[in-house]
Design a protein around this ligand. Sequence first.
Ligand code: AMP
Length: 212
Amino acid sequence: MRIVLLGAPGCGKGTQAKKLMADRNIPQISTGDMLREAVASGTRFGEQAKDIMEAGQLVPDNIVLGIISERLTRPDAADGFILDGFPRTQQQAADLEELLDELGVPLDAAVLLDVDFDILMKRLTGRRTCSLTGKLLNVYFSPQEELDACLNAGGELIQREDDNEETISSRLDVYREQTEPVVGFYEKRDKLKKVAADGAIDEIYERLLQAL
Ligand code: AMP
């Protein structure tokens, strides 16, 4: 299975991609995670990306394309992949199409996780990661036991640098202006599937499986 997960920041792409990865044994490829790793380890790409990410803007297409082309040719992506957070511009979508054509592995589907903008703000401002397990949690929506389990085990609930209100609002603007047109790109190619992404994580996952 080769798919793209599309949707605004906070729509649940990462959460759903992780579930699908565990079920289907194919990698989740998140440009956001790879860029955060590059920033943390101070690579050249990381240096270039840091301030842009903190401002909630998009890292230049050539940088993300370089990261993606290297990643897609690794052996674990040979049987499929879930792209999470890429493509984010029409140019990236066209470049991905060309790259997959060259590799002879066309995309099966692009799934849009569709959610109202007012829900997104709470999902993003409340989002935390357990420092011990890497589990994604939310101070507004996760059961208290799960939040306590992380803290009681000596972990911390880490908030992403770009999950503050100011950066979130730029990220949502960037999504509307630059990423929403990517939905049309896949609609034209008859590859788009829409999934209602409100409600419980498992319900959304069921809808995602149905759509696929
Ligand atoms: P994410 O974790 O997907 O929300 O991405 C976090 C940040 O990384 C974004 O706000 C962008 O600054 C950058 N980023 C991630 N993916 C891309 C992409 N495909 N194109 C450009 N910038 C990206």
